[in-house]
Design a protein around this ligand. Structure first.
Ligand SMILES: NC(=O)c1ccc[n+]([C@@H]2O[C@H](COP(=O)([O-])OP(=O)(O)OC[C@H]3O[C@@H](n4cnc5c(N)ncnc54)[C@H](OP(=O)(O)O)[C@@H]3O)[C@@H](O)[C@H]2O)c1
Length: 302
């Protein structure tokens, strides 16, 4: 069996990069959107279709003759995928790649964390459908998206030249570029039998806070002194979980929890086994990783 027609749902930050890679492959690609007229920068040869994500009839009609759905919907739309999955089954779609793309969204020991809740619901729903033979799935765990990692105070805070190390700042963390995620999607769809009903793990590098700070110090032209502080990872994680649980709508506390989940070393945020060979995604050399950081620094005038 091979796939030919792929529908991408949600051309945002990640979807744009995945679409770029899909459009360079041999797949016939259609982008589904609430408002196709708002989509810019569509690669040539890509079709679009308007869809109401809450209407099963609208979805079934848009998904006729599609082999695969790749969902890259934003965070607010994750749980809404249940309707899309039902529509895929009705329309005869064979494979569904959910909007997951997480670091530790599939770690069994992290299922209870509030930020993982919607992803876990969709993973379980897909597995139930796959067990009944109604729809195949592939879930991609990609680590953190590397492209924007210096834009936010996550591993370090570039805007203030400061870093709060979790423990010694040596807990490794898997990262993949947006382009890398797109390449992994294409690779996974090219080997349908090997990626059927599986959670695929990919990364392009394993980084640590210490490693990132040392690269930034080496190449930054800002000449600023770095402020370096240390927190206990376990304590910080527990505090962050408490704050995010008590303030569920507060984006700052949610970011704090995501950071603690990724950097405290408590969860599987550094993949020891990856499927890069299976999907044809090379690991970055240290030099390539440094070059990516340098271009980001220059973009920011540093
Ligand atoms: N591992 C990481 O570091 C990391 C980082 C960021 C994101 N992610 C994951 O990557 C996936 C995609 O995230 P993204 O940031 O690329 O998404 P995004 O740009 O915020 O949104 C993608 C698209 O989703 C559609 N959408 C439908 N309903 C929506 C709603 N209620 N709210 C917002 N968007 C809605 C929109 O498309 P239309 O308007 O065309 O319908 C939008 O363009 C998510 O699963 C997210 O959790 C992972």
């Amino acid at each position: 069996m091979s796939f030919q027609r792929v529908a991408l749902i949600g051309k945002g930050l990640l979807g744009t990069a995945v679409l770029e890679q899909l459009s360079k492959s041999s797949f016939d690609v259609t982008v589904l959107s609430r408002d196709p007229s708002s989509l810019s920068g569509l690669p040539s040869g890509v079709s679009t279709s308007a869809v109401d994500y809450s209407s099963i009839d609208s979805l079934v009609s848009a998904l006729q003759n599609q082999d695969v759905v790749v969902a890259t919907l934003g965070a607010a739309a994750i749980l809404g995928q249940k309707v899309i999955i039902d529509a895929c089954i009705k329309a005869g779609v064979k494979r569904y790649i959910p909007s997951d793309w997480g670091s530790i969204t599939t770690d069994p020991t992290a299922r209870h964390l509030p930020t993982n809740y919607p992803f876990v619901q969709i993973q379980d729903y897909l597995k139930e459908k796959a067990q009944k033979g109604e729809l195949e799935y592939t879930i991609l765990s990609t680590g953190g998206f590397f492209d924007g990692i210096l834009d936010v105070p996550f591993l370090l805070d570039l805007s203030t030249s400061s870093v709060e190390y979790f423990d010694e700042g040596q807990h490794p963390f898997s990262v993949t570029t947006l382009d890398g995620v797109g390449k992994a999607v294409v690779g996974a769809l090219k080997v349908p039998a090997q990626t059927k009903n599986r959670n695929i793990f990919v990364h392009q590098a394993l980084i640590t806070q210490v490693k990132m700070v040392s690269i930034v110090k080496k190449y930054s032209t800002s000449g600023r002194q770095w402020q370096e502080t240390y927190v206990n990872g376990e304590t910080k994680f527990n505090e962050s979980l408490d704050l995010a649980t008590k303030n569920p709508g507060d984006f700052g506390f949610i970011m704090g929890l995501l950071k603690a989940m990724a950097l405290s070393g408590k969860f599987n945020s550094a993949y020891s086994t990856v499927d890069n060979d299976l999907v044809g995604l090379p690991i970055l050399s240290d030099e390539e990783l440094e070059n990516l950081v340098v271009s980001k620094l220059r973009e920011k005038g540093q």
